[in-house]
Unconditional design. Structure first.
Length: 290
């Protein structure tokens, strides 16, 4: 525990990608926490793979490698520290008019593949277009999405857009984020998609297995603010990995071929009773089916 005025909590984070590829397959992984103090971390692969990193157009760290033919395990493990407090929020803060927006936020006011703000514009202005918009307006959008979209595990796929979620009334966390982003952009409020880890800190444990999470950042004042329409509540422990226009920009793994993802396992919790990162990261040791 930190001695600073702001208390912190330590989390174990991690993910394992178990692929079976019919042929050598180029791949790119984006799973390392961003903007979060990292106490310890380990990248691992079995078999050992050559890799290099680069930073993409949105500032995300990408890890590139070639998956071999056959089975392989690519893993990331970390211990991080997060503030023991909920996401900050100032509901009285006005949002910018378009002419006052910083140049680098303008891209996040435009339609994108999954966030068709042009198609959502009429509905957005009907629901939220009152004068004097502030972050309270953004919170209203967050709550509207949470109230009008039913969370259904595994219910959608790569074809599903914000407009589909609005029309059909269901989706997964990425769809909640896309719909909120689409509404915000329709009102000229910069909004971007965030993927990352979210532990269940001081909230009831979800009954579904841990997975990566998606939420929204909105620009107001001089910074980006966190909103999570999947929960419509200020939470503790959001750990961002990557940011972009929508899910297209922030896939945890992109493969340039057709490998089978046999297993994906994600950790985000305070369970540090056992060594973390694990002492043996081999495929044989980490395979729950062995």
């Amino acid at each position: 525990m930190s001695s600073d005025a702001t208390r912190v909590r330590r989390l174990r984070l991690g993910c394992e990608f178990d692929h079976i590829a019919p042929a050598p397959t180029p791949a790119a992984f984006v799973v390392r926490p961003a903007d979060t103090p990292i106490v310890s971390e380990l990248w691992a692969s079995d078999p050992a793979l050559d890799r290099h990193t680069f930073v993409d157009l949105h500032g995300n760290e990408v890890w590139r490698m070639m998956l071999p033919a056959g089975e392989s395990l690519v893993s990331y493990y970390a211990v991080v520290e997060v503030p023991d407090e909920v996401d900050e929020r100032d509901l009285t803060l006005p949002v910018h008019t378009p002419e006052d927006l910083p140049d680098d936020t303008l891209i996040y006011t435009l339609p994108s593949r999954y966030c068709q703000s042009d198609m959502l514009s009429a509905r957005a202005w009907e629901l939220f277009g009152r004068p004097g918009r502030t972050l309270a307006t953004v919170e209203e959008i967050e709550r509207y999405v949470w109230s009008n979209v039913e969370y259904r595990t595994g219910s959608t796929g790569s074809w599903w857009t914000a407009a589909d979620s609005l029309d059909n009334g269901y989706g997964v966390c990425r769809d909640f984020a896309h719909l909120m982003i689409g509404f915000c952009r329709a009102l000229n409020i910069p909004a971007r998609y965030v993927s990352g880890y979210l532990p269940d800190l001081d909230v009831p444990l979800l009954p579904t297995p841990m997975d990566f999470h998606a939420w929204v950042e909105v620009f107001a004042g001089d910074r980006w603010w966190t909103f999570d329409p999947r929960h419509a509540a200020r939470r503790k422990g959001h750990v961002p990995i990557s940011r972009g226009r929508d899910a297209t920009d922030v896939a945890m793994v992109t493969t340039f071929g057709a490998p089978w993802l046999r297993r994906l396992t994600v950790w985000a919790d305070e369970d540090l009773a056992q060594p973390w990162p694990p002492t043996d990261t081999s495929l044989a040791a980490r395979d729950p089916f062995a």
